[in-house]
Ligand binder design. Structure first.
Ligand SMILES: Cc1cc2nc3c(=O)[nH]c(=O)nc-3n(C[C@H](O)[C@H](O)[C@H](O)COP(=O)(O)OP(=O)(O)OC[C@H]3O[C@@H](n4cnc5c(N)ncnc54)[C@H](O)[C@@H]3O)c2cc1C
Length: 301
């Protein structure tokens, strides 16, 4: 029986695990990889990607500590977390069952993909899923934002303040009535291509254009310096979906100490209802979740 199991090896999970080790908890991190989405860096022809991600040094330090402390990590996917009296069982993809007095879920999100030719080939080579992280690099550039929800509106609005030109390729106009949607509609450098869809991404070393299909079925090619696919971020919260409270987007609802509504289960990083998906925010949430778990466990230690 572990004191604590941390599910996820991205910035939130790594930080939570290192904090728990420092508190001398008997902790196990269970994850599919070490580093999570910090391994995703957008390559652009005119910029050094290392200038972008803040907090990478600390993540790499925690990662190498855990590579060394092999007793504290188990590399496997988790399928489900169940309650077992006052304790919890973590069920892995290979059929294993690991038991703990407390659990931290730090499994991040996955991006909704277009699933068109060229998307995989140019992923992170001019085609990206995080305008929140990269928009400031697009001064005087031409960009395409794909999506029609709040994430796409936010991305297009931010890019419209920086880029020379923003094309919004959207199936519907469902989010244009919001304040940010109105900002997009009224920005002179934004062109909205409603009812259009991307059918292919083309390029050389980097994505250079999107092939669009208009509502009448005709296709055309639109050149850009980058394509931002901002259709949706889907939280990896299925494993606890029938255990803890989720919000309408499927994010785990946490309080300011990263506690869920179930005592003994904590959550941190992009998988939570907390604000903004950024490495340093995930690091802070991982630290808070570990300290909250420690407070929870202290009477039993
Ligand atoms: C393309 C892109 C570029 C970005 N660039 C930046 C940037 O420049 N700067 C910045 O601050 N932020 C950036 N971000 C955001 C940043 O990467 C995230 O906010 C951060 O990684 C979130 O950390 P996390 O630990 O919550 O989740 P993640 O980094 O997503 O880590 C989740 C972890 O959980 C594991 N996991 C998931 N499901 C399971 C399961 N079922 N079982 C076991 N393990 C599981 C994963 O394997 C992974 O180890 C970017 C995001 C994207 C998508």
């Amino acid at each position: 029986m572990y004191d604590l199991i941390v599910v996820g090896g991205g910035p939130a999970g790594l930080t939570a695990t290192i904090y728990a080790i420092r508190k001398r908890l008997n902790v196990l991190m269970v994850a599919k990889d070490l580093g999570g989405k910090t391994q995703w860096r957008l390559a652009l022809p005119w910029i050094e990607d290392y200038q972008v991600i803040r907090g990478l040094e600390i993540i790499n330090k925690f990662k190498s500590e855990l590579e060394y402390l092999d007793f504290a990590r188990h590399m496997e996917a988790v399928e489900k977390v169940t309650r077992d009296g006052p304790n919890f069982s973590v069920h892995t993809a290979g059929g294993g069952e690991l038991k703990a007095k407390a659990v931290i879920i730090a499994t991040g999100t996955r991006q909704m993909r277009m699933r068109v030719p060229g998307e995989k080939e140019f992923m992170m080579k001019g085609l990206c899923y995080s305008a929140l992280s990269y928009a400031p690099l697009f001064i005087d550039r031409t960009t395409i934002v794909v999506g029609d929800g709040s994430l796409a509106m936010r991305s297009a609005a931010e890019l419209s303040t920086i880029a020379k030109k923003v094309y919004v390729v959207c199936a519907t106009d469902k989010a244009f009535s919001t304040a940010i949607g109105q900002k997009v509609v009224h920005s002179p450098n934004v062109t909205i291509l409603k009812g259009h869809e991307v059918v292919e991404v083309k390029g050389d070393q980097y994505a250079r254009s999107a092939v669009l299909k208009d509502p009448g079925g005709a296709t055309s090619e639109l050149a850009a310096d980058a394509i931002f696919v901002e259709m949706a971020l889907m939280p990896n919260s299925q494993m606890v979906a029938d255990l803890v409270k989720l919000d309408e987007n499927g994010e785990i609802v946490v309080d300011c100490g990263n506690r869920t509504n179930i005592p003994g289960i904590f959550a941190a990083g992009d998988v939570t209802s907390g604000f903004a998906e950024q490495v340093l925010i995930a690091v802070g949430e991982g630290a808070k979740a570990a300290l909250s778990a420690y407070e929870y466990l202290l009477p039993q230690l």
